[in-house]
Design a protein around this ligand. Sequence first.
Ligand SMILES: [Fe+2]
Length: 472
Amino acid sequence: MPVQQSDLLKAFSSQYLESSLDDLTVIGEVPDWLKGSFISIGPAQFEVGKTHFTHWFDGFSMLKKFTFNAGKVHFQNRFLCSEQYVKSNAEKKLYFDEFGTYARASWLGNLLHSLKFLVSKEQYDNCNVNTTKINNQLVAMTETSRILNFDRDDLNTLGDFKFTDNLRGQMSLAHPHLDAAAGEIINILTEVGSNIKYHIYKIARGSNERILIKTYTSDKLFYMHSFSLTYNYIVLFKSPLICDKFKLMFGMPFNKTLSWQENKGSSFIIINRRNGEVTEVDTDSFVCLHSVNAYEKNNELILDLICHENGNPYDTLYLKNLLSEQPIFHNPTLRRFIIDVPTKRCQMMTIANDIVEFPRINYLQRNGLAYNFAYTALMMNGEKSFLNAIQKINVNTGKAHYWCQPDYYVGEAIFVRKPNIAAEDDGIVLFITFNKIKQFSSLIILDAKTMHQLAEIFLPFHLPCGLHGNFY
Ligand SMILES: [Fe+2]
C-alpha cells in the first residue's frame, strides 16, 4: 500500500519549539556506561515569509542534543543562529539563496540579489550538515568556508569560527577527518578562480591554524562531499558531478550549479601524505557522497565507498519528490575499490546490493585501518518512501544484521564504543527516528554487537529528518 503523503509530511515540516527536557519517557535501559552528548544537526525550519523551501537541505539549521549520564537522559534543541537564520527571520524573506530555493520570486529580483552577493562576496552560513570539534570548540559546518561556533552546554551560537591563517577559499567539506594518531584534523578548502584549487590542509591539536599539505589544481570544479584518509594517502573523488563556477559566484542556489556530465568517467586523486606526489587513477563513473573507510594492505589501497550512479543524487531530495506517493531515488551501494597505486591498477567489487547511505564505523578505533563493520541506513521490507532500517554489515564477508520496526523512519546511525573495550563492535548504535503513526520522534539505542534494541527515548514532538550527528 503506498504511504500516505501525510505520513512523511511532518517529518519534513518545521519544528519551531526549542526545548530543554528531563524526565523523558524511556522504554528499556540506557547503558549506565554511556556518558557524553550525542549532537545531531539538520534542517528544521522550511519556510520564511512567503517563501516555502523546495529542498530538504534548505531548512534552517537546528542542533539537537541528547546528554547521557549514569543511565539518565537530557534533551535540548536550539536553532543555529546563522546570519541566514537571523536576517531571514527578521526581514521575513530569505537573505541568501538556499541550497535549492531562490531567495527572490522573480528573475529580476534573483539577478539583483545575485549581483549584490557577487559584489559583497558574503558567504552563505546555514550550517546544517555536520558538526565537529576544532581546538576544543564545537562547530557547525555546511559546504561554504563559513563555520559557526556553538556552546556545548546551552547550544548557543557563538559566531564565526576564526582561523589564524591566510588560506583562502569559498567552499569546504563538511566531513573533515581526524588523524587520531597524529592528533590532526585534515580537510579541504576549495578556491574558485580561473582555475580551481583544492587546498588540502591539516590543523594540529590545540591550534586554529590550517597548514597547507598540498594544493591540487583542476580546470573543472568537481563536486566532492567527503574524502578518504589512510596512513600514507589522502584520496579525493573526482566525479562527473560538476559545479558551474560562474553560477556559484553569482550566489545561485547551490544545487542549481551542479550538473551531471554524461559519459565522463570518475577518478581517484591519490595524494601521498609523505612526499606530496599525486597519482590519478581512472575508473567508471560514480559519485560518492560518503566514504565509509579506507586503509592500506600489502601495498594496496582499499577504499570502501557508498557509490551513486547516473546523475545528481541531491535532485532526488527536493521535498516535492520526497513527499510524493512514489518518490524516485538513486540506488547507492557499498563498493570496495582495491588500488595498486604504483601501477594504477584498480579493481572494484560490490560488497552488498542493499541500497544504503549514511555510513558510519567505529571511527575513533578503526578509521584508516583494516576493519570489519559499517553501520548504514536503508529502505527495506518493501519501503519505498524513506529510510526505515539500520544495517550492520561485515564489509569483508557481506553478512548483515538489521534493525527495522513497523512505522518507523530513521536517520543516520552513530556508533559509540564502550570504554576500555578492544572489540570493534563493542558499543552501541544510536539514531533519531520519526514514527509515522504517532507523528513524534524518539531516540533508539541498539547493542552494536547484536543489533538488539536496548532503549527507546520518546520526545513529546517531532524532529524533522536531520543530517549528520556525532558523539562528544
Ligand atoms: Fe554528508
